[in-house]
Design a protein around this ligand. Structure first.
Ligand code: FAD
Length: 279
């Protein structure tokens, strides 16, 4: 696929102790753990997180810090939405989780002709965009982060972007901060100005479909990260099938030009039994 980026993975289930927990918003927490020293990942790739006795669920890697040879801290940033994520939120420092991966294809922002990026995050969808902001910043790319949330307390990674000196464009559904309305209204406005070489997005699929349409109408390349129900994470079970692609193996980051041709994009997905359900 065009999006291919050199990948490295580790299928071995690693039992890891949670070393730090940060409250990002009233509903989102970040869980830190120490991982293999030599295991790098591309922003947008994910790990399968095993909660013994509960479930194994996909989570984007949201931070990666190599402070020293023996201290490779990685993190996942989790919204509490159901059984497994609620149990994760109940864990404390010292609790153990199982990790395998990283898996899938991440965002490809490293091409030389990509100089200015519009990153669009909606709600907890900003989780994989956090490391993308770090990586774009350290490689000298110019980023505008269009960040949307229900209200100002749910703006994930606003402070992280500010610390990096990244330009922010904020929208909230209730108007408590920034533009009063959907982040897609802002994307429409921002893309009317020239200069973006690439749009990247993660958030509710309805939002991402709109972002893809806006970017393609503007002749701008666009990559988005999709969520589908995943069991194996490695392309065996086909739970995450989408138009002949497997989101875990071929995605979760896809090129917008491919997605726009798939009738399911923004419309339907599979439930845990494989039935098609509306998004
Ligand atoms: C590649 C990928 C990366 C993700 N990254 C993040 C992240 O960084 N932060 C975050 O908060 N969430 C992320 N998610 C979503 C997260 O996996 C689900 O919210 C989580 O699995 C819900 O589990 P639950 O038991 O708490 O909720 P449930 O009550 O079981 O379900 C709530 C919702 O989550 C979906 N879901 C449940 N189990 C799975 C599963 N095994 N695979 C995919 N979707 C599932 C359901 O279809 C439903 O829409 C990601 C999903 C994917 C596919």
């Amino acid at each position: 696929m065009e999006l291919d980026v050199k990948k490295q993975t580790n299928h071995r289930l690693r039992i890891r102790e949670i070393t730090k927990i940060t409250s990002e918003t009233p509903t989102i927490k970040t869980f830190w753990f120490e991982d293999e020293n030599d295991l790098t990942f591309v922003p947008g790739q994910f790990v399968m997180v095993w909660l013994p006795g509960v479930d194994e669920i996909p989570m984007s890697v949201s931070y990666s810090e190599s402070k020293s040879k023996y201290n490779n801290q990685k993190a996942i940033t989790v919204a509490s939405v159901g059984e497994a994520t609620t149990k994760l939120h109940e864990l404390t420092v010292g609790s153990k989780i199982g990790i395998r991966g990283p898996y899938g294809h991440g965002f490809n922002i490293m091409k030389a002709d990509v100089k200015r990026i519009l990153a669009v995050g909606g709600g907890c969808g900003s989780a994989p965009l956090g490391p993308l902001l770090d990586s774009a910043h350290s490689s000298g790319k110019d980023v505008l982060f269009a960040l949307g949330a229900r209200n100002k307390s749910e703006l994930l990674f606003k402070d992280r972007a500010m610390k990096l000196g990244i330009e922010l464009d904020i929208s909230t559904d209730d108007g408590s901060e920034g533009y009063h309305g959907f982040v897609t209204d802002r994307v429409d406005k921002l893309l009317s100005e020239p200069g973006f070489d690439l749009v990247v997005a993660c958030g509710p699929e309805i939002m991402m479909k709109k972002v893809v349409e806006l970017a393609l109408n503007n002749n701008t390349n666009v990559q988005v990260s999709l969520e589908r129900y995943m069991k194996c994470g490695v392309g065996i079970c086909d739970s995450c099938t989408l138009g002949g692609y497997q989101v875990c193996r071929d995605g979760p980051v896809f090129d917008g030009k491919l997605l726009i041709k798939l009738p399911e994009f923004g419309i339907s997905k599979r439930d845990p039994c494989g039935r098609n359900i509306d998004i």
